[in-house]
Design a protein around this ligand. Structure first.
Ligand SMILES: [Zn+2]
Length: 684
């Protein structure tokens, strides 16, 4: 129990939180000119909600916590969301929140015969698009969920939004408006240039855009048509509601996404249809890892029960639907001092810039380094050595410097200049036309060679345990390993190896044994390990499966490669270029002589896999495979491929666009386990 003094402090604290959040709301929603990063906003709002829950006596109806988020501004006409209110989603922050969410659903439905669809949660602005007689009639922002703003005129500027559709009845399509990271960076870069001029003229500078979400929001609700046009907004659609039914237009989330795609609406392709919450949890972490490669910001994953027939049963709370939840990636932003900027060179010669930071604890770990990407990134944010910077860490992503703290304070330090020479070999760095990155083109560059060797021995490559990057550096300096061939020749230099500090008979033997062992690796591992540009793990596996031998791949023509799978010109060129190089051809021959396996040995059948010796039928479309691929894939797993319905079926895998009638028939004659999949690798 708190005494009255403590309670007074809490009341005051709540009052202050309300005031600051209201000020931010005003900036964000009315003036389109936010001064706060979303992260800080969320933190304060969360703190307010927590205090109000703990001390309900201080909770008032006008508190910003009672608002789904966002009032309507004055510049646009206010419009009601007619078909259905626009709900926000409840947040989940960890696995147990997700499991709890699933348990509630299971309890209500009293069954586990439902599935989930997950989609990246775009960090943008929600919008509802009303179509009548096949034409875009009105576009409304979410506003407070019930009433939004009519931004129809700005919606004609979306490059990827069909304005006419085949569906004639009235529907609402809902989605998220965003601005690409690329565009966000280039707009800020323009502002930087503009500011340079303003500083020279002793005029007040314009603040940079805080983040893509605020920029998208400000842009969509901008009154100047020309400004909106120049900023190139994008959107993803994920929901379709029928005015007649006052309900979803189609029957499931996955069907909605597929149908929207057929109608040429932009949908996010990173959606997955999954059979249960455990799969959801696994996939969330996979997507979290892919985050940095996306050209738009996501701050979590939206998880929805796929079958709409269950949505009504599961229902809503006063604020949220109970059939959906948003998993939010953990994120933290901290302030620290940037001590130095240093470049490193990768195996392709690409230069990456890194920040050395004053030590700071972020999401539970001490951080002293962060990525700064490339020179353009540093310049566009005007990061200088000595600057105080905001550092952001989001889940598994490498910490990243996101902005400087104060433009004023920053002026004390010298403007930063990009490196002109390679940090490893001192060659002049080159910027290829149309590329933001700088490259070291010296193929004998020590930095590049060490990185290539490290890639070769990496887990996904030849998986040579006991050879770390640090060791490779030592071996390189001592002339023990200068190239890939030398790795396999190391056994002939054991004397020298034992002469090194810290290498005894046992540790030397361990390394030599794992090198020996790697000779029996499958071809796909070797192809990946060779580090051919643009050839990742999957491309390596596809090549190995199809062509079986490295010598066969060597003989392929440009056209054959270009037309293989989804390879295209870029990959085809990379492979042709690699095999054109005499050093690479010599390497292949040397590896052959050393007894390194250069052939595909098929999938090693693991008899413990559940499909082994089972009758399996795959129906519908599997995104990345045709019938032949599926047949071969199942054979490699030791499963019995079935081409049609049969009584003794054990497993039925269902891809996209399946025939409902066929599935009903199979259900009637067998009690096969039914699993929905999108990709070949999900058949397991
Ligand atoms: Zn170099």
């Amino acid at each position: 129990m708190k005494n009255s003094d403590q309670l007074k402090i809490i009341e005051q604290k709540i009052f202050e939180l309300k005031k600051i959040i209201e000020k931010w709301n005003q900036e964000y929603y009315q003036n389109n000119d936010p001064t706060v990063d979303d992260y800080f906003y969320d933190q304060k709002l969360k703190e307010l909600i927590r205090l109000e829950e703990e001390y309900p006596q201080f909770k008032t109806d006008d508190s910003p916590s009672q608002n789904v988020g966002g009032n309507v501004s004055k510049g646009f006409k206010k419009v009601k969301h007619n078909i259905r209110e626009m709900f926000s989603l409840k947040n989940a922050f960890n696995q147990s929140d997700l499991i709890h969410f699933d348990e509630q659903i299971k309890k209500i439905l009293n069954s586990d015969d439902y599935s989930y669809v997950i989609e990246p949660k775009i960090d943008g602005l929600s919008i509802s698009l009303n179509y009548r007689n096949g034409k875009l009639f009105q576009a409304i922002t979410r506003g407070d969920g019930k009433v939004g703003e009519d931004v129809t005129k700005n919606c004609y500027l979306f490059e990827n939004l069909p304005l006419e559709i085949k569906i004639k009845e009235e529907i609402d399509l809902r989605g998220e408006v965003y601005i690409s990271i690329e565009k966000f960076n280039s707009l800020n870069q323009e502002r930087m240039l503009e500011n340079e001029r303003l500083i020279k003229e002793n005029k007040k500078i314009i603040p940079l855009f805080a983040n893509p979400r605020n920029l998208a929001s400000g842009t969509l609700r901008h009154l100047d048509y020309e400004v909106v046009k120049g900023r190139k907004l994008n959107l993803f659609i994920f929901q379709a509601l029928s005015a007649n039914k006052k309900d979803d237009y189609w029957d499931s989330q996955i069907e909605t996404l597929n149908k929207l795609k057929e109608l040429n609406f932009p949908i996010n392709e990173n959606n997955l249809h999954l059979k249960n919450i455990n799969e959801v949890i696994l996939k969330i972490f996979e997507i979290a890892k892919k985050r940095e490669q996306l050209n738009y910001e996501i701050d979590g994953i939206v998880i929805k029960v796929n079958e709409y027939k269950y949505h009504k049963l599961i229902g809503y709370t006063s604020k949220f639907p109970k059939w959906a939840i948003a998993y939010k990636f953990p994120t933290e932003i901290k302030k620290t001092k940037l001590l130095d900027i240093f470049p490193t060179v990768g195996r392709t010669g690409k230069i990456t810039y890194n920040a050395k930071l004053a030590k700071v604890n972020i999401l539970g770990t001490n951080v002293e380094r962060a990525t700064l990407h490339n020179a353009d990134y540093i310049k566009s944010l005007d990061i200088r050595i000595g600057s105080e910077v905001y550092l952001k860490k989001a889940g598994e992503i490498i910490p990243k410097v996101i902005s400087i703290v104060s433009l004023e304070d920053n002026k004390k330090y010298q403007r930063w200049n990009e490196a002109t020479n390679c940090p490893a070999c001192n060659s002049k760095l080159i910027r290829l036309e149309g590329e933001v990155d700088q490259y070291c083109l010296n193929i004998n560059c020590t930095g590049r060679i060490i990185e290539s060797l490290n890639h070769f021995v990496s887990k996904k490559g030849m998986n040579i345990e006991g050879l770390s990057k640090r060791q490779l550096e030592v071996f390189y300096q001592k002339d023990l390993i200068k190239n890939i061939y030398d790795i396999y020749n190391l056994k002939n230099k054991k004397e020298q190896l034992l002469n090194l500090e810290r290498y005894q008979e046992k540790s030397a033997n361990n390394i030599l044994n794992s090198i020996e062992k790697s000779k029996n690796n499958n071809l796909n591992q070797l192809i990946f390990a060779l580090g051919i540009r643009n050839i990742g793990e999957k491309a390596a596996l596809d090549l190995a499966r199809k062509y079986q031998s490295i010598f066969k791949i060597k003989e392929l023509s440009f056209d054959e490669l270009k037309n293989f799978n989804d390879f295209g010109e870029v990959r085809a060129n990379s492979i042709i270029a690699w095999f054109k190089n005499d050093l690479n051809l010599k390497l292949i021959n040397d590896l052959d002589k050393m007894g390194v396996n250069l052939n595909y040995m098929g999938e090693k059948i693991d008899k413990s896999n559940r499909l082994y010796n089972q009758n399996v039928l795959v129906t519908g479309v599997i995104e990345d495979a045709n019938r032949e691929n599926i047949k071969k894939y199942l054979k490699d797993l030791g499963a019995n491929y079935k081409s049609g319905p049969t009584k003794n079926l054990d497993y039925l895998f269902i891809g996209k666009n399946f025939s409902q009638a066929k599935i009903e028939k199979i259900r009637q004659i067998s009690d096969a386990k039914i699993i929905y999949v999108n990709k070949l690798s999900e058949i397991k």
